[in-house]
Design a protein around this ligand. Structure first.
Ligand code: AKB
Length: 338
């Protein structure tokens, strides 16, 4: 008999680590994790971890032969800045690996005669506003608006949202017998900020980098100008969003892709909050016009009313709680000497 598991890809990444901690709180959850990298030491007892490449089809086939997968949280991805540097590799990881996993989910659903749930984090990178004026004008963007991403990562995410919807509705639609479909659900995240980890390869990274640098007494040169503004969310809310969506009754869902957000801040507003907590922080602005243009193509705010309506989403951390009760105290403690 195969062991029934929840499968998390990209488990050593920022969202992966936080999700793993949360899912492991429920003793009944058997967790299978996968990443190119090992898990941090303190998380190693929480799951069966496979260190490997999602593009290794033999490895995936071996996993399917050993485990019956109930739910897939497919978090592995190359983020927006890194994907611009390695676009082909980004396409392989962000699209081709997703395609393989969707196929596995579909085959498993068919075998079990019950839908495998596929939870997919997308991103504000799926949007692409053409210029700053348009961004100023369209402040709160809905899911179906401005879907013309200007990054490889954004294109990958947008396409995989659609691929997931396709697999859940039409995959093998011409087959004699219609196989059971997968249960594909997706959230579009804003920039995420964790108190425990620092991201790498993203373009919203200036916010977490600024806070973590200040707490360590390191100078930080922000790569976007002071006015650049996008939505953000802290990691506990990101994990809550994934779990709330996963647990929502299917009949309440009116769509498959949902915006979720918490607060929007300009880079100067982030600096001001960081300075309030770390008055000696050395924060300067040295915009990198190319990375800044990516941030400028992302909306200043997103409309998450569909998630609020359909699965009772609302963030637990508004901007004040995010900084005063989560980010600042935990980050301060984390870098305390001794
Ligand atoms: C990135 O900057 O690429 C990510 C994202 C906004 O999805 N953090």
């Amino acid at each position: 008999m195969r062991k029934r598991v929840i499968f998390i890809t990209g488990a050593s990444g920022e969202v992966g680590q936080a999700l793993l901690k949360e899912l492991s709180q429920q003793a009944e959850n058997q967790l299978l994790t996968m990443d190119l990298h090992p898990l941090p030491l303190e998380l190693r007892s929480l799951s069966t971890h496979v260190e490997g490449d999602l593009l290794n089809l033999r490895l995936l086939a071996r996993l399917v032969s050993e485990y019956e997968i109930d739910v897939i949280y497919h978090l592995a991805a190359l983020l927006s800045t890194r994907a611009e540097i390695q676009p082909e590799e980004a396409h392989q990881v962000n699209v081709e690996a997703t395609l393989q996993l969707l196929k596995i989910a579909a085959e498993e659903s068919q075998w079990r005669k019950r839908a495998v749930q596929f939870i997919f984090p997308s991103s504000i990178a799926a949007y692409g506003l053409p210029d700053r004026e348009t961004k100023m004008h369209f402040q709160r963007v809905r899911e179906f608006e401005w879907n013309q991403p200007r990054t490889m990562y954004g294109c990958n995410k947008l396409y995989c949202e659609q691929l997931g919807s396709y697999f859940s509705r039409y995959y093998r639609q011409l087959a004699a017998e219609q196989p059971p479909t997968i249960d594909f659900r997706c959230v579009r995240f804003p920039g995420l900020i964790s108190a425990y980890t620092v991201p790498s390869g993203g373009t919203s990274d200036y916010a977490p980098e600024m806070i973590h640098a200040a707490a360590q007494g390191l100078p930080y040169a922000c790569f976007v100008r002071e006015e650049a503004r996008i939505p953000f969310m802290v990691m506990p809310d990101a994990v809550r969003a994934l779990l709330l969506l996963a647990h929502a009754p299917r009949e309440r869902l009116t769509r498959q892709v949902y915006n979720v957000t918490s607060f929007s801040l300009s880079a100067a507003q982030i600096r001001d909050r960081v300075l309030a907590a770390f008055p000696n922080a050395q924060i300067t602005f040295a915009p990198d016009v190319k990375r800044e243009a990516i941030v400028d193509s992302w909306p200043a705010d997103i409309d998450d009313s569909a998630a609020r309506m359909d699965w009772d989403w609302s963030p637990e951390y508004d901007v004040d709680r995010a900084f005063n009760e989560y980010l600042i105290p935990i980050i301060k403690q984390r870098y305390q000497p001794g």
